[in-house]
Design a protein around this ligand. Sequence first.
Ligand code: C2O
Length: 552
Amino acid sequence: AKEQYHEFVIQEASVTRLCREHSIMTVNGQFPGPAVEISEGDSLIVRVINRGSYNVTVHWHGVRQMRTGWSDGPEYVTQCPIRPGQSYTYRFTVAGQEGTLWWHAHSSWLRATVHGALIIRPRAGVTAYPFNAVAAGGKPPAGEIPILLGEWWDMNPIDVVRTATRTGAAPNISDALTVNGQPGDLYRCSSKDTTTFPVKSGETNLLRFINAALNTELFVSLAGHTMTVVGADASYTKPYSTSVLMIAPGQTTDVLVTFDQPPGRYYLAARAYASAQGVPFDNTTTTAIFDYSSSSGSSSSSPAMPTLPAYNDTATATTFTTSLRGLRKAELPSRIDENLFFTVGVGLFNCSSGQKCGGPNNTRFAASMNNVSFVLPSTVSILQAHYGGAQAQQGVFTDDFPANPPVQFDYTAQNVSRTLWQPAPGTKVYRLKYGAAVQLVLQGTNIFAGENHPIHIHGYDFYILAEGFGNFDAATDTAKFNLDDPPMRNTVGVPVNGWAAIRFVADNPGVWLMHCHLDVHITWGLAMAFLVEDGVGELQSLEAPPPDLPLC
Ligand code: C2O
C-alpha cells in the first residue's frame, strides 16, 4: 500500500457557461476538481489550502474513515471550517472499499463547484476486478471514464442559499444540469460546452457515474446501448443490465458498456427524477457524446438521443434501485442491539410574529428527522466537544435524539395536521455503543410534500435490506428483508411516501453525520448525528485530534 500526497488549493477561477462568464470556487483552478486515483489499501494525505473568499471543508464522501474521524470533513460536525488564508491536512487510509467515491466541499453550497472523483482500484497484484470474468469476457475494461453529473446556477450558489435562508423561501432551482461540468449542446450558447468521450468500436469501458448535483436525482441513459451495473457506492454488485440508471445526489454507479452499435455518435443524457408533486425542479436535459464514428466521418449528422423516463416515473426509479444486489453474501450479525425508527421529511416552521417569511402561508421551510430540525453548532465542532468530555459538550449538543418519532400518525397521508408535526430545532446526537448492531428504518413523511430522500451516513457503509411504499409495518415488512445479498451503500433513497430499512455495525468511533443529500434539505435541517463511543483498546478508539485542526 502506498501513501499519496496531494495539494488542494481552493481558489477562484473564471469559467463561461450559458453565455456568461462567472468566477467560481474551484480546487487548483479545475472544474470539476482533480480526480484522485488510488489502490485499495492506500493512504491519502491531502493538504487543503484556502485561498478563496469563503470558509471551506472537504468531505471524502463514502470513505469509511476508520478511527480517523478528524478527516471526515463536515463543517461544525468533525471540524471547524478552514478559513480563507488557512490550511488543514486530511490523512486517512482507504481500506475494504473498491469502486467509485468522490470528494466535495461540505460547507454551505460550495460543493456545487468544489467536487471531484475518488477512484479506488483493486490492490495492485492482489486482485482484479471481479466483474472481468462475468461481464467483459475475462478481460479488464479497455478504458475507464469518470462521469460527474452536476448542477449549474447562473447566480453564485452561495448567494442562492443565503437568500433562501434569510427569507425562509425555497431556493432557486438550477439553470442547467451538467456532465463533467458542461451543460451540453441542448442549452443556449453551449454547443462548444459539450463533453465528448472518444471510444473505440467493439471495446468495453467502465463508466464511473457520480451524481454530484446538489438537489436533483437523475435518470441517465445512453442511446442505443445497454449498461451493466457492476458496482455502486464503492461496493460491487451482481451484474445488472438496464437501459436507464437512477442516481441520487451522493450516490455513484459503475457500469460496463460495450460499444457494439454501428460506428457513430451517441448521446448520453440525464434529466431529473422529480418525485415530489407540484414542487418546482430543473426540468432540463444535459448531454454528452460518446463518439466512435468511423474515420470516413459520420460526425456531421446529429447524435442519436436516448429515451428517458418521465420526470415523475417512480416505478422506473424504484425498479432500478431495488434490482441491485450485493455481489457477495452479506455479513450480518444475528443480533440487533439498536432498533431505530426515524422519520425523514420536509415541513414548515411558523414565522416569528411580526416577521414576513417566504414559505407557504407566511412560514419558513424546515426539515427534520424524528421532529428534530438539525442545527449546526458554531463555536466548536461536535466531535471536538465530544472529545473534550462532558464539560466541553455543555451548550454544544445533547445526546437525546429520539429513537422513535415523538408522535405516531399516518406518515404518508396528505395534509397531515401541523399540530402533529411542529419540528423543533436542536443539536441532538444519538449515542451508540461501540460495536452495536444497528437496524434503522427510515420512514418518509408527507407533511409538506412526499419526496424521495437520498439519506447518506458518514463513516459507514450499510446494507439496504428492503424498501417499500406506505407506512412501515414491522409485522409484515420485516419478512421482506433481504438478509442474503442486500446491496451495500452509503446513500439510500428513501422512496417517496415510503420507507427503507438498513443495517450496520457501529464499529467506527466518532461523530457521524446522517443527512439528506439534497442540499436544500440539509440546509433546512434534515440531518442528525450518531455519536459512536470508543471501544476498549487502541484500535477501537478515535485517534487524537491533529495539531493543525482548525478552530472556530
Ligand atoms: Cu456527500 Cu455529508 O456528504
